[in-house]
Design a protein around this ligand. Structure first.
Ligand SMILES: [Ca+2]
Length: 146
């Protein structure tokens, strides 16, 4: 059942999607493998993580309790991994303005997540992956061609 609160939050997500794009699971898997060098065997983890973090919306933003924000399809964090360009000094580990992680080109987003995977030795940096994807298998993308 979708109550009024659910419908309002869906509208809120839709309104910030103006310059972004909603992927399907299959489209994202296909693009990751064919254009961004992701191993086919790793595609379920990537797509599940993105779905958990953003519902596959490249324009998704969320504010964290500590005051930082998360950006885009992989919810890249403004304190650690991008520059919010609002005067705050941040670590900006991936070296991009956070706004680069809200558009429909996910190439730079993928590059940042690849860097995080190397630095952390796996998906431990992603709350969404830990919560929903730790036992994901290829069946997550059954029916997809990728
Ligand atoms: Ca981007």
């Amino acid at each position: 059942m979708m109550g009024p609160t659910t419908i309002l939050s869906l509208l809120a997500v839709a309104m910030v999607a103006v310059d972004g794009r909603f992927y399907s699971k299959c489209d994202l898997a296909s693009e990751l493998v064919s254009q961004h060098g992701i191993n086919r065997d790793d595609a379920p983890d990537w797509v599940c993580m993105a779905f958990a973090e953003s519902s596959l919306n490249t324009a998704a933003t969320n504010t964290n309790s500590g005051g930082s924000s998360d950006y885009g399809i992989f919810q890249i964090n403004s304190y650690w991994n991008c520059d919010p360009q609002d005067g705050r000094k941040t670590k900006n580990g991936c070296g991009h303005p956070c706004s680069d992680y809200l558009n429909s080109n996910i190439g730079d987003d993928v590059t940042c997540v690849k860097q995080l995977l190397r630095e952390h030795g796996g998906w431990g940096f992603s709350y969404g992956h830990g919560a929903q994807c730790s036992s994901v298998t290829s069946s997550y993308l059954s029916g997809c061609t990728y």
